[in-house]
Ligand binder design. Structure first.
Ligand SMILES: [Zn+2]
Length: 295
């Protein structure tokens, strides 16, 4: 046993085709490796997320080129977090890079502080992030949606306001019922509440649950979570259930006079026990502190 987590390396051999010409490079349940999407149309290929750092980004670009041949390339991100978007420099000049306005603004505001923070997460993460440059988009869309024609196939980029971050983006491939949801949902992993006040306090859990409800109402055929295994709509329901359940429980205990530190101690253990097969229980504490602050 070792305390060091495995290095956050994207493994292109973890490639699966989840629907016709829709590929996922799976995260293999390794922390700080995201699920990455590659969607092919007749003329263009869309990449969803890059992994963390230039080498991971290059591996994703190489995999994309292998699948996409001479098609033109487009890159978008589910959100600005380092393991999702900080490999974008490999795509600069190779792909049209598209973010929503919220992502661009959030990357401008928090990109460097997040890079500095992640570099303290151990030698594996620091190595992956070596020579990382923050990459601004070639194109930004304002408003809630943008449709991209890949040639015989359209994809929809949608944003619903602050939830896991300020600029979360969902990518739908309507002809297949596939939806990439980024960190709006993880599969058998405690939902990631990046609650780091005062530096980052932009989570909106009420809207987050609402967005998940909307996505469930679409009855997606395949849900690609930010981390964890690809599955169906049950992934979304599990995260919404967690969020809707935890907030009131924290509020009840505060009303009963418990301190936030005591709530973290007792409630986190309870919640952990309710999900024995979920990974990354450290995120429970952050979620409790978020709800305590908002109660
Ligand atoms: Zn995230």
């Amino acid at each position: 046993m070792t305390d060091a987590p495995p290095p956050p390396i994207v493994d292109p051999s973890a490639l699966t085709e989840v629907a016709k010409d829709v590929y996922v490079i799976g995260d293999r349940r390794i922390p700080l490796v995201p699920n990455i999407g590659i969607v092919l149309g007749a003329n263009a290929a869309l990449v969803v997320d890059t992994g963390m750092g230039p080498a991971n980004g290059q591996a994703v670009l190489d995999t994309t080129r292998r699948l996409a041949g001479g098609r033109r390339l487009i890159l978008t991100l589910t959100h600005f977090h380092p393991e999702h978007g900080f490999g974008a420099q490999a795509f600069k000049g190779q792909a049209q890079i598209i973010y929503n306005a919220g992502q661009r603004d959030e990357l401008s505001a928090k990109g460097q502080p997040y890079l500095d923070m992640f570099r303290t997460f151990g030698p594996g993460v620091a190595a992956a992030l070596e020579s990382t440059e923050l990459v601004m988009p070639d194109e930004v869309y304002e408003g809630p949606t943008k449709t991209i024609d890949l040639g015989g196939r359209s994809v929809e980029l949608s944003t619903y306001g602050a939830a896991h971050t300020r600029g979360d983006q969902v990518v739908r491939v309507p002809d297949t019922g596939v939806v990439f949801v980024g960190d709006l949902a993880e599969e058998r992993i405690f939902p990631i509440f990046p609650w780091f006040p005062p530096n980052d306090a932009d989570i909106d859990a009420a809207n987050w649950a609402k967005v998940l409800g909307k996505l469930e109402a679409d009855r997606p055929h395949v849900v690609v979570p930010g981390h964890g295994s690809v599955g169906g709509g049950g992934i979304l329901a599990a995260v919404r259930g967690y969020i809707e359940d935890l907030g009131p429980r924290v509020a009840d205990r505060l009303r009963a006079g418990e301190s936030v530190d005591d709530i973290v101690k007792t409630l986190a253990a309870e919640v952990r026990a309710e999900h024995p097969d979920w990974d990354s229980p450290e995120w429970i504490d952050f979620a409790i502190r978020y709800f305590a602050d908002k109660s």
